[in-house]
Structure formats: C-alpha cells, structure tokens
Write a protein of this length. Structure first.
Length: 131
C-alpha cells in the first residue's frame, strides 16, 4: 500500500503551498473536496448560533480562498510504499520540515506524522461502520 503526499495551494497563488498532507486514496480530486467540505461544516452552538465545526488554520484558510472566489489546488509531491516497512510518518515530517525551511506559510498544526495510519481507520476494521 502506498502513502501519497500532497500540497494544497490557492489557484491565485500556486507557488506558495499552505498545507502538506498524506492519503492512501487514488483520486486527489475527490480528496480535495473532503478538505473543502470539512472546512465548511457547520453546527449550532449552545446559544443557537451557527458556527463552523473546525476552526483550524487550514480550514480558515480554505474558507477564505473559497470566499475570495478562488479554488483549492491539490498537487502530488511524492509517495512511500508502506508494504516495505517505510515509515510514512517520517516522510510527512520531512516534507513539512522542508516546507517550513523554504519559508512556506504552512497551516499544518503539527510537525506531521500524527494522522491515521493506512489500514487502521475504523471503516477498515468494522464492516458496519458508516463513513
């Protein structure tokens, strides 16, 4: 199984990556839609006000880009093959460290490597799990 790494940029500024992530999915186009829909999810708070579910730097940046009329662009930057014991966490950490060293204003909240490991998500273990 391969873990693929990508960057997110804005269509009006594709030379400045703002997020580095990883996926085991084949379709990057579908995956970028997950980032956008997750950033736009809302709920009603205890005072009855509609609020965004996620107020991370990444989600706030995505909402701003969309509100300004631009698109989020996802670009493949590399991969590692987990079947040979490669540690995807170290690859992601290296990409984020590289981006920060290059001066990219990344919205990643951590040094990387803290996401779900390939094959360990609940929907991979429980056939009754609803995605």
């Amino acid at each position: 199984m391969k873990t693929k790494f990508y960057i997110l940029t804005s269509s009006n500024d594709s030379t400045h990556p703002r997020y580095i992530g990883k996926t085991i999915r084949d379709s990057f186009e579908k995956y970028v839609r997950c980032h956008i829909s997750g950033s736009n999810s809302t709920k009603i708070d205890r005072l009855g006000k509609i609020v965004f579910c996620c107020n991370s730097y990444k989600s706030n940046w995505i909402r701003k880009v969309i509100q300004e009329g631009f698109d989020i662009v996802i670009t493949y930057i590399g991969e590692c093959d987990n079947t040979y014991g490669h540690d995807w966490q170290k690859f992601e950490q290296a990409w984020i460290a590289y981006g920060r060293a290059e001066g990219w204003e990344l919205t990643n909240g951590t040094i990387g490597g803290d996401g779900i490991s390939p094959g360990t998500a609940p929907w991979n273990k429980n056939k009754n799990y609803q995605k």
